[in-house]
Design a protein around this ligand. Structure first.
Ligand code: NAI
Length: 343
C-alpha cells in the first residue's frame, strides 16, 4: 500500500460537486492513497464565507501542496476577480499543462496525442486594466498592460523542455506573435530559442510559429504537433482549440504546477446550463486525477485509471450526452468502477 497523501479537495461550482463525486468514487475503487481535506471556493465560497477564496482553503493548500478542484465560477465584466487566477498567483503555479489525446476513435480527428504548455502567471492575464474617461463617457478608452519577464519565461520554458524529454516528445513548437507584439512575445520567443541552443539542442526538434498560423495548422493537420509551448493568453485559447480536437471540453484535463504546489482540474468551467441535472461528463476531471497520480509518482494507478476510462467509453460504450451517449454522471461512474474492479 502506498503511503497516505494529504490533498485538498475543492468541489467547486455548478457541475463541480457532481463530477468531483464521480471522480472520488473512481479513486476510491483504485485504492488511491489521497486523504482529502475538503474546502469551498468560488461562488460556493462567496455564499458560505463571503469570499471566493476563503482563508481555510488557502491554508489547506499551503499545508498539502496538492489539490484537486472542480470549476469555480467567475462573473464576467464586473464582480470579483477569478479565483483560479488568484490561486495560480498565490502558489506561483507558473506552468499549465494541458494534454489532449484521442480516446474515442472515429471522430473528426483520430490519434491525436499532444500537449499544450502554457505560461500561467504573466502576459495579459496579470489583470492590469483601466478605463480612461473622455467627456461624459467613463469607459471611452479601455487599456490593458501585459507583462512578461525573462525569468518567468525561462522557468516555464525550462519546465516545458524538461517535460518534453521526460515524456519522450520528439518536437516542441514555441508559439508567439513576435511580428506584432515584438517586446511582449518576442522576448518569450528569444528566451526559448536561446535556451534550446544552449542546453537542449539535439534532444528534441524545436520549431517556432506565429499564433494565428498555429491555430490554422492545428485544425488542418494537428498530427504535425507534439508539444506546443506558449504565453498565457495564447495558451488559454489554443488549449481549448486542442480540447475540441479530441471531443470537447468534457475530455480535457489540466494541471497547474509550481515549485511548491500543484492543482489539478478539468479545463472546462462550471457549465451552469447543465448543473444539477446529473448529466455532466466527469472524464476531464478523472483525467486530471490521473495527472495528479502521475505527479505523485503513482504511474501504475494513473495508467489503470486511464485504461478503465478508455474501456468504459469504447468497450462498454457507456458515454454521457456530450459524447452522444445517454448515461448520466453516476451511471458512468458506476460502469467505470466495475471496469476498475474487474479489469
Ligand atoms: P463551460 O466550460 O462551463 O461550458 C461551456 C459549454 O460546455 C456548456 O455548454 C457546458 O454545458 C459544456 N460543458 C462543459 N463541461 C462539460 C462537461 N463536463 N460535461 C458536459 N458538458 C460540459 O464554460 P462557460 O459557460 O463559459 O463558463 C461557466 C463558468 O465557469 C464561468 O463562471 C467561468 O468563469 C467558469 N470557468 C471556470 C473554469 C475553472 O474553474 N477552471 C474554467 C473555465 C470557466
Amino acid at each position: 500500500m502506498p503511503n497516505p497523501i494529504p490533498a485538498t479537495l475543492i468541489p467547486g461550482d455548478g457541475i463541480g460537486p457532481e463530477i468531483v463525486d464521480a471522480t472520488l468514487t473512481a479513486l476510491e475503487a483504485l485504492g488511491a492513497p489521497f486523504v482529502w481535506d475538503r474546502h469551498v471556493a468560488g461562488l460556493a465560497g462567496v455564499r458560505s464565507a463571503g469570499d471566493p477564496l476563503p482563508g481555510p482553503a488557502l491554508d489547506s493548500i499551503r499545508r498539502t501542496r496538492l489539490a484537486l478542484k472542480g470549476p469555480l465560477e467567475t462573473p464576467s465584466g464586473g464582480g470579483y476577480r477569478s479565483s483560479n487566477v488568484r490561486l495560480r498567483e498565490e502558489f506561483q503555479l507558473y506552468a499549465n499543462l494541458r494534454p489532449a489525446r484521442t480516446i474515442i476513435p472515429g471522430g473528426r480527428y483520430d490519434n491525436i496525442d499532444l500537449v499544450v504548455v502554457r505560461e500561467n502567471l504573466e502576459g495579459l492575464y496579470i489583470g492590469h486594466e483601466h478605463y480612461v474617461r473622455i467627456d461624459g463617457d467613463p469607459h471611452a478608452v479601455a487599456m490593458a498592460t501585459g507583462i512578461n519577464t525573462r525569468q518567468g519565461s525561462l522557468r516555464l520554458l525550462e519546465f516545458a523542455f524538461q517535460h518534453a524529454i521526460a515524456t519522450g516528445r520528439r518536437k516542441v513548437t514555441i508559439v508567439h506573435k513576435a511580428n506584432i507584439l515584438k517586446a511582449l512575445t518576442g522576448m518569450f520567443l528569444d528566451t526559448g530559442v536561446d535556451l534550446y541552443e544552449r542546453k537542449y539542442k539535439g534532444r528534441f526538434e524545436l520549431e517556432t510559429m506565429i499564433v494565428d498560423a498555429c491555430a490554422m495548422k492545428l485544425v488542418l493537420n494537428p498530427w504535425q504537433f507534439d508539444m506546443v509551448v506558449t504565453t498565457n493568453l495564447f495558451g488559454d485559447v489554443l488549449s481549448d482549440l486542442v480540447a475540441g480536437l479530441v471531443g470537447g471540453l468534457g475530455m480535457a484535463p489540466g494541471g497547474n504546477i509550481g515549485e511548491d504546489a500543484a492543482i489539478f482540474e478539468a479545463v472546462h468551467g462550471s457549465a451552469p446550463d447543465i448543473a444539477g441535472k446529473g448529466i455532466a461528463n466527469p472524464v476531464a476531471l478523472m483525467l486530471a486525477a490521473a495527472m495528479m497520480l502521475d505527479h505523485c509518482k503513482l504511474p501504475e494507478l494513473a495508467a489503470r485509471l486511464r485504461k478503465a476510462i478508455d474501456d468504459t467509453l469504447n468497450l462498454d460504450k457507456v458515454r454521457t450526452a456530450d459524447l452522444g451517449g445517454s448515461a448520466g454522471t453516476d451511471a458512468f461512474a458506476k460502469a467505470l468502477v466495475s471496469r476498475i474492479r474487474n479489469g
